[in-house]
Design a protein around this ligand. Structure first.
Ligand code: PGA
Length: 250
């Protein structure tokens, strides 16, 4: 089965309502689905003005629907505001906000239960790669975060391989290095959930994706798309990424 390349923007803590509406209206001519994860504060306003090919997502949720959890938002709340997916397990949440695999697992279960798709991020540090422990680190993250998920639940997951040393560094993984890691992740999913689920699963790459490296990345057999941080903030740069990623489909 050949898949359409999936391009997902991760805006992190950027953009006001007006800036975001300007941006998505600039994507009006798009003919392929494009995903943007944005701050929850702007989701609703953007959802009222976005073109149909743009799908909105959140960047975090808590694992309860409501209650005394000051400062948190629930899956139901971001969905109500227009989100169709949520990014979970991003390395910034793991490192700055001390989220571990067990917390991420609870968030994944809750997000799926509420009807959100999930982009699960996994990735190793530079010292883990240098110590040749990348496979072990990723295996632990994947198996603990996706613990006992059903086949049906797995179909709502996109796995994002984001080597931490490549995020925001300007030094992406080479296409070959990313492909090797993606192949390893797909083999791991196949072992646990079977070959068909592994084949259908989107495994996307993130970390310093730019217009000039996206095509080579998505040409790799096991790289089904990209999760784009810094380069998704400027509309012209992001459009170039979408176009260059799309070349492989044509
Ligand atoms: P970057 O971020 O493209 O700025 O490296 C990617 C991410 O953190 O998802």
């Amino acid at each position: 089965m050949s898949k359409d390349v999936r391009v997902i923007a991760n805006w992190k803590m950027h953009k006001t309502i007006d800036e975001a509406i300007d941006f998505v209206q600039g994507l009006r001519g798009l003919i392929q689905l494009t995903y943007i994860a944005m701050p929850s504060t702007i989701l609703y306003a953007v959802s009222q003005k976005k073109p149909p090919m743009v799908t909105l997502g959140a960047q975090n949720i808590y694992f309860e629907s409501q209650g005394p959890f000051t400062g948190e938002v629930s899956a139901e709340m971001v969905k109500d505001a227009g989100a169709e997916f949520v990014i979970l397990g991003h390395s910034e949440r793991r490192m700055i906000f001390h989220e571990d695999n067990s917390l991420i697992h609870k968030k994944i279960k809750h997000a799926l239960h509420a009807g959100l798709q999930v982009i699960l991020c996994v990735g190793e540090t530079l010292s883990e790669r240098e110590a040749k422990t990348t496979a072990d680190v990723l295996k632990k993250q994947v198996l603990e975060c996706l613990l006992e998920l059903t086949d049906e639940e797995l179909s709502q997951i996109t796995l994002a391989y984001e080597p931490i040393w490549a995020i925001g560094s300007g030094s992406p993984a080479t296409a070959q290095m990313a492909q090797e890691t993606h192949a390893m992740l797909r083999a791991l999913i196949s072992e646990q959930w079977g070959a068909q689920i592994a084949e259908n699963l989107y495994i996307i790459y993130g970390g310093s994706t730019k217009p000039n490296n996206v095509q080579e990345l998505v040409e790799q057999k096991d790289i089904d798309g990209v999760l784009v941080g810094a380069a998704s903030l400027d509309i012209d740069t992001f459009m170039q990424i979408i176009q260059n990623a799309g070349k492989i489909n044509s």
